[in-house]
Write a protein that binds this ligand. Structure first.
Ligand code: PMP
Length: 290
């Protein structure tokens, strides 16, 4: 992904895509002292830009480092990066990490770097899969307890088990993996939150040990705006047989129907499809937010 034309905002300046490099002794690479965001621009406007930038700053503080810019400057970098690359519909990836001045566990005197890359990423899952509903298997690893990791930070280290799980799923012919939490409740997928439907009511896991996604919050607000009841609670895997529909949500994934999780089957039904459509209209400002 490094050999292409374009510009990346790196520490306050635009550099050619191929030259946006870091040293091999970067602390963030060795010890996962790095946090990132994933955002989307639709028709020239970044959906929930401020919320994403604020989460980036929150994540950095959770990892005990300060981003050496203001929230406004990072907002501006995201907008400018899209403009500089001539994109009005784009995926935006800000990332902040500790540099290479020190290479032990302690990194008190490292500088903090920030980059913003943007690219065209129309669909996280293939449109064919999305229409049928994606197939998920169970992940081998569980989301850790809040006593184990800063679970609400969008920190690179928390993605190690996501990548392992996603690879294992792909090797077995699935699109993604569903992760349980440390107690055995349904948590989230490797890059998205999950919703279930039972008798016209939405059920979604309480985000007490994983990301309370910005898309998740938008979908809850959208559903309530439509008069749909939303219940946030702990959900056991064996309950999955009682749900008729399932879908995952995230900035990259948007709203994507799920057709199976392990031994359980779902049909992309009216509720999933109408929320998918509403979300697509909401982010393009064709629907008033709640
Ligand atoms: N969970 C995980 C593990 C994710 O990577 C993401 C994507 N950031 C989400 C949930 C959804 O978060 P958001 O809606 O804020 O993109």
């Amino acid at each position: 992904f490094d050999d292409r034309d374009g510009w990346i905002w790196l520490d306050g300046q635009f550099v050619p895509w191929r030259e946006a490099k870091v040293h091999v002794l970067t602390h963030g690479l060795h010890y996962a002292s790095a946090v990132f965001e994933g955002e989307r621009m639709y028709g020239g406007e970044i959906y929930k830009l401020r919320e994403h930038t604020e989460r980036l700053f929150f994540s950095a503080r959770q990892l005990d480092f300060e981003i050496p810019y203001t929230v406004e400057e990072i907002d501006r970098a995201c907008i400018d990066a899209c403009a500089k690359n001539g994109l009005t519909d784009a995926y935006i990836r800000p990332i902040a990490w500790r540099g290479s001045e020190m290479i032990g566990v302690s990194a008190q005197n490292t500088t903090v770097h920030v980059a913003v890359a943007v690219w065209d990423w129309p669909s996280y899952f293939s449109p064919e899969e999305k229409a049928k509903g994606i197939r998920l298997t169970w992940a081998k690893y569980k989301r850790p307890s809040p006593e184990t990791e800063p679970v609400h930070a969008k920190a690179t280290g928390l993605y190690m088990i996501c990548t392992i799980s996603k690879h294992a799923a792909e090797k077995d012919g699935y699109t993604d993996a569903m992760m349980l939490d440390y107690r055995g409740y349904i948590a989230e997928s490797t890059g998205s939150n999950v919703f279930f439907v039972k008798d016209g009511v939405l059920h979604t896991p309480t985000p007490d040990c994983f990301l309370n996604g910005i898309t998740r919050q938008s979908v809850i607000a959208l559903a309530r705006q439509k008069g749909i009841e939303v219940v946030e609670r702990h959900i056991k895997p064996e309950e999955l047989s009682t749900f008729s529909e399932c879908f995952v949500v995230g900035t990259a994934a948007e709203v994507t129907p799920v057709s199976e999780i392990g031994e359980f089957r779902f049909k992309p039904g009216t509720l999933s499809l109408s929320l998918m459509d509403d979300y697509a209209r909401l982010v393009r400002r064709e629907l008033e937010p709640a």
